[in-house]
Design a protein around this ligand. Structure first.
Ligand code: CS2
Length: 496
């Protein structure tokens, strides 16, 4: 019997029914993967694929050491639970729960940087994966590492010192890429074994992007750093990936529901929709878990999948988030159930996005559109417009502005995409006013939205960190964004 006041942990595992328990014994796993960014997405996505691969093969090499740069709370949630946590899957009309055991160690790189560096350097580790969100990469507008960022600068200084020889003290790491490069430096010195870095963030060419950042941060540490970069070029692979699962923030109601199903308290609970997809470029420097046996697609060319996903799913998600929030919709499901917003979402996909895509083999883009809209309509995930709306300055260039650039280059004016940018502008102006703007560029954005309302669109489009010159320089596109802003400023009639 389990006791719902008791926390989930190894001790409670044997009391759980077989359907809830991991299909392998988590106590027997060694660390083979170091993951940077232990947020809900990793726990509901890659850790589950790894879990299923473990169950399929019995290969005990692939336990995960998860590091969370941002929040000590995640460590407090998971450590007392021996790394165990539940995944609550909320379908449209179905709910299920399972406990995942692939996460074997958790660390907060603040004070525990040494443990993470040792993990990356260990010859038994073959993979370092990342989900640190778009802003976690600390890039400048040109995509280079922002060496002026104090966190990046501190990690480069620590790296430079560590490359000189043992320092006796491990400086706390401040950035995920800094942590990764310092770990690679230690690995190079200790064993030199090959490694694969698997970026699982929603970015264009995510593998190549992280590789370029790693090489640039290494090179910034001086001549020894340049030699480190040479080793990375030879020994480390950076496959591209496309990741997909809608993972809303876990709410107290989710925790209560899971406690009812589990008979235990689970502070590490994550929530996801039933759908989950992972497409990974089959380019590994060494062994990997059999993620293919767990439903992942290992392929030579991820780009068409990634582009279709970023532009159709994420681009439309953001559009619905801004327009939905402005119309008072709390969730994405409510936003897409609003006929006017649904038709803007369809126009965006059909008129602006699909003309820029080539369908990956086996993917029908119209069918993909329908499945995405259906997933958004799932009322049970409780995914909020505000959650998707955050960090727009980082997300829009990746998910919407590629579409805009391609349409402009083809001589077309992407009207629905302009409407989405207009919605972001008005959303930012309102969130700036009421103090709720959640964006790493919040100060710059607040300054840009603070002038006369009729210049709002142009002041935002002039932000070179967000809008590339091809977009900002198109008078036709500007005119559409201005018109969209004017319509919305007239006061979007609340839907209800
Ligand atoms: C969302 C994504 O929060 C967001 O910006 O668009 O997290 C989205 O839910 C995932 O990419 C789905 O795979």
């Amino acid at each position: 019997m389990t006791d719902s006041r008791q926390r989930l942990s190894f001790d409670a595992l044997d009391g759980l029914g077989a359907a809830l328990r991991p299909a392998h014994d988590p106590r027997g796993l060694q660390i083979g993967i170091v993951h940077l960014g232990l947020g809900a997405f990793h726990r509901a996505h890659q850790a589950v694929f790894t879990e299923d691969a473990l169950a399929a093969t019995g290969d005990t090499r692939w336990g995960i050491l998860g590091a969370t740069q941002r929040s000590a709370t995640v460590v407090e949630q998971l450590r007392p639970q021996d790394g165990l946590y539940g995944v609550l899957t909320k379908g449209d009309g179905s709910t299920s729960l399972r406990v995942v055991g692939s996460l074997r160690q958790v660390a907060f790189p603040g004070e525990e940087t040494g443990a993470v560096l040792d993990g990356i350097a260990a010859p038994t580790t073959h993979i370092v994966s990342l989900t640190v969100t778009e802003k976690g990469y600390r890039r400048t507008a040109s995509g280079a590492p922002d060496l002026a960022d104090p966190g990046v600068a501190a990690d480069v200084a620590a790296l430079r010192a560590e490359l000189e020889g043992p320092t006796g003290v491990v400086e706390p790491s401040r950035t995920p890429i800094g942590l990764l490069v310092r770990g690679l430096a230690l690995r190079w010195g200790r064993c030199g074994a090959p490694l694969t870095v698997v970026c699982c963030d929603n970015m264009v060419d995510n593998g190549a992007t992280v590789r370029a950042l790693v090489l640039a941060v290494a090179a910034a540490a001086g001549p020894r750093g340049e030699r480190l970069a040479g080793w990375v070029e030879d020994a480390v692979r950076f496959p591209a990936t496309m990741v997909d699962r809608i993972v809303p923030a876990t709410s107290p109601a989710h925790r209560a529901e899971a406690a009812g199903l589990l008979g235990l308290q689970d502070e590490g609970l994550v929530v996801g929709e039933p759908f989950s997809q992972w497409v990974v470029q089959d380019d590994f420097a060494g062994p990997r878990p059999r993620w293919d046996l767990a439903g992942a697609t290992l392929t030579g060319d991820v780009e068409p999948f990634e582009r279709a996903k970023l532009r159709i799913l994420n681009g439309t998600h953001s559009t619905l988030a801004y327009l939905g929030a402005l119309r008072g919709h709390r969730t994405i499901a409510e936003a897409v159930a609003d006929p006017e917003l649904e038709s803007i979402a369809r126009a965006l996909i059909d008129e602006d996005v699909i003309p820029t895509l080539s369908a990956p083999a086996g993917l029908d883009l119209e069918a993909y559109r329908e499945s995405v809209l259906e997933r958004f309509a799932n009322p049970n995930t409780g995914h909020t417009t505000i959650q998707v709306a955050m960090d727009g300055s980082q997300k829009l260039p990746i998910r919407l502005l590629g579409t805009v650039t391609d349409r402009l280059a083809a001589g077309a004016t992407p009207r629905a995409a302009a409407r989405a940018i207009a919605a972001w502008a008005v959303f930012v102006a309102r969130a700036g006013d009421d103090g709720t703007l959640d964006d790493p560029m919040a100060d710059v954005l607040r300054a840009a939205v603070s002038g006369a309302p009729d210049g709002l669109a142009d002041r935002l489009l002039d932000l070179g960190q967000v809008f590339p010159a091809e977009v900002a320089g198109s008078e036709a596109f500007r005119a559409e964004v201005r018109a969209g802003v004017r319509d919305l400023q007239r006061g979007p009639v609340p839907a209800r």
